[in-house]
Each structure stands twice: as structure tokens, then as C-alpha cells.
Design a protein around this ligand. Structure first.
Ligand code: GN1
Ligand code: MG
Length: 377
């Protein structure tokens, strides 16, 4: 045990007035932005019996998240809203610390580290999954998250990352960087990828344009709907709760649906070298859509439903533009762990997007079928 870290966790526990002495911690490896620890305390349960109580303590990466206070305001509003609407269910709750005479959901320590504490939920997670049941449960979890927040006023939330899913702006940035003579060599290398992405620009920007034209409503979206952001019950594999709310912001329903699909329903990993195998697995798509629409079908508008199939293509293209742009400018944003990693990722998203174009009608037919079914019930 790192004694310095243990002392820090003890201090944080005191700051948040967690009851009982701290005695150990384990680092939770999940997530590669923040540092996360399961911190364990021992206390008297009131009858003279000692019980162990664990909390999830996180040090927020303030380099990646430049507005941690606004981010915590968003998270606190959203988690408390959900908690109040779903009594008896597993939910997240962020604890309060008292600092400078104020109650806050965070603690800034003397090294300027930003700490937060929430309840610990015993569970399992999946990085990839081809178990239809699990995928469907994940769809239900993200669908329920949307549904619970469907009457939440999105304007109460801060845009912690402005224009995060503004596909037009993502394309503009890509085009600008591709014209910069400084990056000529890499641009030459990626001509084909750049050309293809530009050839589908209008279709890829459809959600952004429809939103600008007032045809799609703003909702509260999670914005990181990867399957590993759902906690599952170890025994039953039921979804317990959606986590990683750092990117909760106003957004479009298609952003959450499309991002989940482009990650979970791809035949390959996001950065497979052999991108020829990338493509949309319609069984996984169907399972996720069933779960998601079970909770959302009744609250979504016609325009939202009729663009869910398209949203998957949009999100794959948008991410491809982000990966490609990052490759061109020299890998500044995404962590690169292998040779030409961002180019590998770009090619994989493009291969996926191409397959989605071919299967778009099938994807939309599945969505329509699920929507019809759950609107009736
Ligand atoms: C980033 O950091 P991570 O892996 O949760 C990115 C997402 C991308 C994803 C692609 C804040 O998510 O938008 O879809 O990489 N998050 C941010 O792997 O930019
Ligand atoms: Mg994340």
C-alpha cells in the first residue's frame, strides 16, 4: 500500500466526513482519465458489530476536464434527479464536503488535486460483449437514463465541452488542419480517408443541421455510452446503473444511441488493424435497440426515431474525423499506444461507417419495429 496515497485517502475521507477509520484501498483500473479507488472504512453498525463500508473515491483529471466545478454541478444535478425519481433502485450519490464554509461535492486539496466521493456499487463490467442479454440490458440502462431525464430542463446544465457533437464543426476543423502546410506530409498519406469522409459530409452532418433547423429537441445526454460504462449485477447480469457521467451535457438522443452502437455493435474493436472485418453486427444492434427503445419509444419524437439508424453512421463518421484530424496534427488529443494508432482507428471507423451505409435501411427497420412495439405497450 502506498502510504502517501493512503494518508491522502484518509484525509479525503475526513473532508467528506465519512464515518469510521479508513483502513485500506484498491485502485480500480477502469477508465483511463481519472484515478479511481475503492476506499474501505470500518465502523460500528450501531449494535456493537463492526462492518466494512466502501466508497468510490476519484481524483478528477483536471487537465482533461478543464471545468471540474461545472462538471460536478452537472453530475450532482443529474444524479440527484435520477435518485429522487427511482427510489429503491441502485443509483449514484455524490457526497458533500465542507470547505470554506460551503457544502460542495468536491474537495480541492493543498496540491490542487480535485477529489470526489460516491457510493461504491459491487458489480461487473464488460469491455466488449457478444452476449445478447447483456447488450439488451445495457440498452435498457442507457434508455432508462434518457427516460428518467426526459423532463429535466437541459438548459440547467453547463456545456462542459462546447460543440462536443457538432459534426459540422468537427469537419471544419479537419478541413482547416488538412489545409495547413505544416501537416502536408501526413495529409498526403491520408488522402483517401480524407476524400471519403468529405464525400459523405452532408449525410454525416444531418443531425447537426436538423438540430440547427429546430427539427430535433435538445435532451440530456450521457455522451460516453460505451458498454463498459454500465455496471451489471455479477449474478443476474441485470444492468444496475450507468456510470461515468463526466460528459453529461445537453445533446441529441442520436448521439447516445449512435455512440453506443458504433462501439458495441462493431464486429471488431475500435482500433483493429484488420479493418476489413469492421462492420455492424445486426444482432447486437437489434438487442441494444430493443433495450433502448423499451424505455424511450414513448418520449421520442417522430424525427428522433426516424434518425436513429442514421445517427450510428453520423457518430462513426464524426469520430473518424476526430481521429483523422488528431493523426494529421500529430496525435495531441487521443492517447496513442501503437504505431499510427489514430490512423488505424480512422480506417476502422470508416470501414464501419461504409458498412452502416449499406445496412442503414435494415437498421432503421429494426428501430421502427421496436418503436412500434414499445409505443403500444
Ligand atoms: C474518448 O476517454 P474515453 O475513452 O472515455 C472520447 C469519446 C470517444 C472515445 C473513442 C471526452 O472517450 O468521445 O468516443 O474516446 N471522449 C472525449 O474511444 O473526448
Ligand atoms: Mg469516458
Amino acid at each position: 500500500m502506498d502510504q502517501q496515497l493512503a494518508r491522502k485517502l484518509q484525509q479525503v475521507g475526513e473532508g467528506f466526513r465519512l464515518q469510521g477509520p479508513f483502513f485500506s484501498y484498491e485502485e480500480v483500473s477502469h477508465g483511463n482519465v481519472n484515478r479511481t479507488y475503492k476506499a474501505n472504512y470500518v465502523r460500528d453498525d450501531g449494535t456493537g458489530m463492526a462492518v466494512i463500508k466502501s466508497y468510490l473515491v476519484q481524483r478528477v483529471n483536471t487537465y482533461a476536464f478543464r471545468n471540474p466545478i461545472q462538471l460536478m454541478e452537472n453530475i450532482d444535478l443529474v444524479t440527484e434527479y435520477i435518485r429522487q425519481k427511482s427510489p429503491g433502485k441502485v443509483s449514484l450519490h455524490y457526497h458533500h464536503a465542507e470547505q470554506d464554509g460551503e457544502r460542495k461535492t468536491y474537495l480541492m486539496d493543498e496540491d490542487n488535486s480535485f477529489w470526489r466521493v460516491c457510493n461504491y456499487v459491487p458489480s461487473v463490467t464488460f469491455d466488449t460483449c457478444d452476449d445478447i442479454r447483456v447488450v439488451r440490458n445495457a440498452g435498457e440502462a442507457f434508455g432508462e437514463f434518457q427516460m428518467l431525464l426526459s423532463d429535466f430542463d437541459a438548459s440547467r446544465l453547463h456545456y462542459t465541452i462546447p460543440d462536443f457533437h457538432n459534426t459540422r464543426k468537427r469537419y471544419e476543423t479537419l478541413v482547416q488542419d488538412a489545409q495547413n502546410p505544416e501537416y502536408r506530409e501526413r495529409v498526403e498519406e491520408v488522402k483517401e480517408e480524407l476524400g471519403w469522409l468529405l464525400s459523405v459530409q452532408e449525410q454525416a452532418c444531418k443531425l447537426t443541421d436538423m438540430y440547427d433547423a429546430g427539427q430535433l429537441p435538445l435532451r440530456v445526454t450521457h455522451n460516453d455510452t460505451k458498454i463498459n460504462n454500465v455496471l451489471f449485477d455479477e449474478q443476474t447480469l441485470e444492468a444496475l446503473v450507468v456510470v461515468d457521467l463526466d460528459t453529461v451535457m445537453p445533446g441529441l438522443v442520436g448521439h447516445d444511441f449512435g455512440d453506443a452502437i458504433r462501439f458495441a455493435a462493431n464486429f471488431t474493436e475500435e482500433d483493429a488493424e484488420d479493418f476489413s472485418k469492421a462492420g455492424i453486427n445486426l444482432n447486437i444492434f437489434w438487442a441494444f435497440a430493443e433495450g433502448f427503445l423499451k424505455y424511450t419509444a414513448k418520449t421520442l419524437t417522430e424525427n428522433e426515431i426516424s434518425t436513429l439508424g442514421l445517427s450510428c453512421f453520423v457518430l462513426a463518421c464524426e469520430l473518424a474525423t476526430r481521429f483523422l484530424d488528431d493523426y494529421i496534427v500529430g496525435d495531441k488529443y487521443f492517447n496513442v499506444k501503437k504505431y499510427k494508432h489514430n490512423l488505424v482507428r480512422t480506417r476502422c471507423q470508416i470501414a464501419l461507417a461504409k458498412d452502416m451505409l449499406e445496412k442503414m435501411d435494415a437498421m432503421q427497420a429494426i428501430v421502427n419495429e421496436c418503436a412500434k412495439k414499445y409505443r403500444k405497450e
